[in-house]
Ligand binder design. Structure first.
Ligand SMILES: [Zn+2]
Length: 67
C-alpha cells in the first residue's frame, strides 16, 4: 500500500479513477500524472513526477487488505 490505512488507500484509488487531482502520498512533492499520456485509457496507471513512484491501480486494488 502507498498509504497507512485501507480507507486512505480506497480513497486514493477513487480519486485516481475519477481523475481527481491527487498529491503523491509518498513524497507529497507533486500531483500524480497519468503514466501513459497517449493512451485513452490513462486512468489505470499513474506516476509521481517528483519521486518517480508508479501507482498501478489494478495492483493496488488486488493488494488491498481484507477488512
Ligand atoms: Zn512522489
Amino acid at each position: 500500500m502507498y498509504t497507512d490505512s485501507r480507507d486512505r488507500e480506497v480513497w486514493l484509488l477513487k480519486q485516481l479513477w475519477t481523475g481527481q487531482p491527487v498529491t503523491c502520498p509518498k513524497c507529497g512533492g507533486a500531483r500524480l500524472t497519468p503514466l501513459h499520456r497517449k493512451a485513452k485509457k490513462s486512468d489505470c496507471d499513474w506516476k509521481c513526477p517528483a519521486c518517480g513512484e508508479a501507482y498501478r491501480t489494478i495492483r493496488m486494488l488486488k493488494e488491498l487488505p481484507e477488512k
